[in-house]
Design a protein around this ligand. Structure first.
Ligand SMILES: Cc1cc2nc3c(=O)[nH]c(=O)nc-3n(C[C@H](O)[C@H](O)[C@H](O)COP(=O)(O)OP(=O)(O)OC[C@H]3O[C@@H](n4cnc5c(N)ncnc54)[C@H](O)[C@@H]3O)c2cc1C
Length: 292
């Protein structure tokens, strides 16, 4: 289903994010998780794409299996960094053939320790434009046009400290044809509410889906600080984490309760969608679904 129809029929939407495992065994285990979470009737599930195309085949194969083995709506991520138009065309062709109707268009980051060239799409806006103009080569296939999502950063993207300029860049992505924004994870809902207001002020009127990450372990928290560089951990959360001490169960409970509280408040304040970063696990996502 096209993402515009999804947003027109549900509010808030519920969605889950997965990353493609590197081994066949990992993929089989993930498919069990995905099928379990499918019973929660998510509006869509998204599948990440490795920096510089490092998981191109894995992402596409996982999306193909989700399409074949479930009735879920998979949304593949696609990063433009380092890619040429022909490569992007090939991928779009194969997604259109699979019946995939939506893509999350990102710039991505250069792989670590790499001097790879940026490719033909310096920014996500260029990829959005390209996807919107894409025509499926098989005219008999009713591919329609792809729905397109883009990334948003409630706390700001670390590469553009000028927040006025950053909002102009986001607006350019939406004006290029994005249908919705999915945000980076955040732990303080005020950051999201302020971001939503700033988008509205800038004339951005597409649905904004909130990215929620349930922290389930202390290691999780440390990794996040590294991966989602710039993520702010509010004192309230840090205090709760400290109180959990070295007890993994208490830590898991703290993370879940915190995410549930975030989701409840966002829903009350009319969020367009809740997007759960699952880390390929079902337990936290299920617990959140049970409580919202
Ligand atoms: C929901 C979500 C999903 C993600 N999924 C993936 C994934 O699957 N794989 C992956 O590798 N990464 C993923 N990322 C990370 C993302 O690729 C990086 O954060 C990347 O640095 C920014 O991507 P973008 O699409 O926002 O880029 P852009 O919108 O192109 O922005 C990148 C930077 O360039 C600036 N900029 C934009 N346009 C211009 C311009 N015209 N002139 C100058 N500066 C400009 C922006 O302000 C920003 O600082 C995801 C992020 C989010 C929030």
């Amino acid at each position: 289903m096209h993402i515009q129809n999804i947003f027109a029929s549900q509010k808030p939407t519920l969605s889950f994010e997965f990353f493609p495992p590197k081994t066949p065994e990992g993929t089989e285990a993930l498919l069990v998780t995905i099928k379990k979470l499918a019973t929660r009737r998510p509006a869509f599930v998204s599948v990440t794409y490795g920096a510089g195309g490092s998981t191109r085949a894995l992402t596409r194969d996982l999306v193909a299996r989700i399409k074949r083995e479930t009735d879920l709506v998979p949304i593949p991520h696609l990063t433009s960094f380092g890619h040429q138009k022909t490569e992007i065309c090939e991928l779009l062709e194969s997604y259109a053939t699979l019946g995939v109707r939506n893509i999350l268009a990102l710039r991505g980051d250069p792989p670590k320790n790499s001097s790879a060239a940026r490719g033909e799409f310096p920014f996500a806006r260029d990829l959005v434009q390209f996807i919107r103009q894409f025509q499926h080569s098989n005219e008999s296939a009713d591919a329609g046009r792809f729905g397109v999502g883009v990334a948003g950063f409630p706390e700001g993207h670390p590469a553009t400290p000028n927040r006025l300029l950053e909002m102009e860049h986001l607006k350019a992505k939406v004006d290029a044809g994005a249908d919705y924004i999915c945000t980076q994870l955040f732990f303080d809902n005020h950051d999201f509410f302020d971001f939503r207001e700033r988008c509205d002020h800038a004339g951005i009127r597409v649905p904004i889906v909130a990215g929620i990450f349930p922290i389930t372990s202390f290691t999780n928290l440390r990794r996040l600080a590294e991966l989602a560089a710039g993520a702010r951990f509010p004192a309230k959360l840090l205090r709760l984490v400290q109180q959990a001490g070295n007890d993994p169960n208490a830590m898991n409970r703290v993370g879940l309760d915190y995410a549930i509280e975030q989701c409840a408040q966002l829903t009350k304040e009319g969020v367009s969608g809740l997007h759960l970063y699952t880390m390929n696990q079902s337990a936290a996502a299920e617990a959140i679904c049970d409580n919202i």
